[in-house]
Design a protein around this ligand. Sequence first.
Ligand SMILES: [Zn+2]
Ligand SMILES: [Zn+2]
Length: 140
Amino acid sequence: MDNTRLERMLINKGVKPTSNRILVYKALMNAPRPVSLADIECSLESLDKASIFRVLELFAANDIVHVLEDGSRSLKYELCHSDSHHTVDDRHVHFYCERCMQTFCLEDVSVPPIDTPAGFITRSVNYMLKGLCPDCAGKE
Ligand SMILES: [Zn+2]
Ligand SMILES: [Zn+2]
């Protein structure tokens, strides 16, 4: 994605495109799987942790990233691939490998519909499977 397209996309999501925000977005775009704040900090040496965190918080508030709790005690971030806000079809399953401690995004596996009692409005889902990734399972 070139910078012009990226800037337009951020504006569409209600975020003013600053150079820091573009850097963080690109780091997320290049990440093969959901990443933690520390992972992003490693790939972006020019930005300090606090600045990256502020950008991630803003992205989360504007549905640009999804925040995942995988039980590793550090939150993971991934780009939200839908263009609209709060879409159900964007809810996919994640898999946490207990051996290599990486979180995988299973984009093709959607979260099964869950019926909630009347009055409860589900706005986000955190569906995390845990076990061994194919690489680690092969080493067992
Ligand atoms: Zn693994
Ligand atoms: Zn994902």
